[in-house]
Design a protein around this ligand. Structure first.
Ligand code: CP3
Length: 333
């Protein structure tokens, strides 16, 4: 059994597997080297050899317990035929959204467009370095994908609340997104992903309709992953109430964000937990890192816990701080 599967299925508290969100990314010089030669981010995600190589870069360097496939949550709108571009400093930019066109996309066409992602998973999963490690496949949650598809850029840049007014349209689009997320997840598991993580980066935007737009569609997707037989981790970033999220959606594991008090979580949540550490702690110093990391490890010492951050690692993070982080986690217990 792989480390995350052990945590989920056996509720093993003796081990704290470790991996970090965005572990294959710009803080790694070997990633930057490939990236400058490949300015088109989507094309890079669709290059199965490079995507596989990038996925394994952080494993080669830090011996993490899990790899996460180098891809993006926005490969879903791309697969549906909506244009997706990444502009330096601006983040993602999506093209026109035409629901009539989207409704014409069928399963085969979608799967063919994303086939390099699945080939990359297949290739990576058979790599000897991943023996006894997890290979995590992932998707964005229905709500977060909907936000990007309608807003056409990160809500961090700008967001018009008006886009949530047409409820009928939203319901129709969410149903379509869920249908294709299920296909995307299934293809990833068939290709060799041993765990699926669902990123709901913009769960915190919603103040109402949380049941309709977050809990119900995510539960539908979670049940689909469970039927495929692999553990499913949810990351509802920024949501106020992790307890009711877990009770309603019932993931196998929940990733907490760095604004959440881990002491409150340990009292409220029975399922295995992942993450929490503020990625900014990695920008401070080793003494402070030690204090903050031990805090999480102590709180979760009798709870199945996968060490991770409360959001993606920052590009300016120093390699030696990540090495220190792994050492602290491995030396504990
Ligand atoms: O190492 C890994 O974690 C695996 C790969 C991965 C990427 N994106 C690669 C990536 C994963 C799991 C994601 C998830 C993702 N993508 C999320 C959910 C997690 C989160 O951050 O909230 C979201 C919202 C996206 C959409 C996205 N992709 C944005 C907003 C951006 C631009 C901002 C940024 O950090 O640069 C991306 C680009 C992106 N996806 C990069 C990487 C390594 C940076 C690309 C570059 O080199 O410029």
């Amino acid at each position: 059994m792989t480390p995350i599967q052990k945590c989920v299925k056996e509720k093993d508290t003796k081990i704290n597997p470790i991996w970090i969100m965005r572990q294959a990314g710009r803080y790694l010089p070997e990633f930057r080297e490939i990236r400058v030669k490949n300015p088109d981010f989507i094309k890079l995600c669709l290059n199965e050899n490079l995507s596989s190589e990038i996925t394994l870069q952080p494993i080669n360097r830090f011996d993490f317990d899990a790899a996460i496939i180098f891809s993006d949550i926005l490969m879903l709108p791309y697969g549906l035929g909506q244009e997706v571009k990444f502009e330096k400093g601006l983040g993602p930019k999506l093209g026109e959204l035409n629901i009539n066109k989207l409704e014409k996309i069928n399963k085969d066409k979608f799967s063919r467009k994303l086939d390099p992602v699945y080939k990359s998973i297949y290739k990576t999963s058979s790599s000897p370095i991943l023996k006894n490690k997890d290979l995590i496949g992932f998707v964005g949650a229905p709500w977060t994908i909907l936000v990007y598809m309608i807003n056409k850029m990160s809500p961090k840049n700008s967001l018009s609340k008006k886009i949530f007014e047409d409820k009928l349209f939203i319901k129709k689009l969410i149903a379509l997104i869920v249908k294709f997320l299920k296909i995307h997840v299934e293809n990833q598991v068939k290709a060799g992903a041993s765990v699926i993580q669902i990123f709901d980066s913009w769960a915190g935007l919603l103040e109402e309709n949380i049941f309709e737009y977050i809990y119900e569609p995510t539960l539908d997707l979670v049940n689909h992953v469970k039927r495929l037989g692999v553990p499913v981790i949810c990351f509802p970033r920024g949501i106020n109430d992790y307890k009711s999220f877990c009770e309603e959606v019932k993931p196998d594991m929940v990733n907490i964000d760095y604004n959440i008090d881990p002491k409150k979580i340990i009292n409220e949540i029975k399922i295995p937990v992942q993450g929490g550490l503020d990625p900014k702690v990695l920008l401070t110093n080793k003494e402070n890192l030690n204090i903050e990391v031990i805090k999480y490890l102590q709180i979760f010492k009798d709870h199945p816990y996968v060490f991770n951050l409360g959001h993606g690692i920052l590009p300016e993070t120093k390699i030696e701080m990540v090495e220190e982080l792994v050492k602290i986690v491995r030396d504990f217990k």
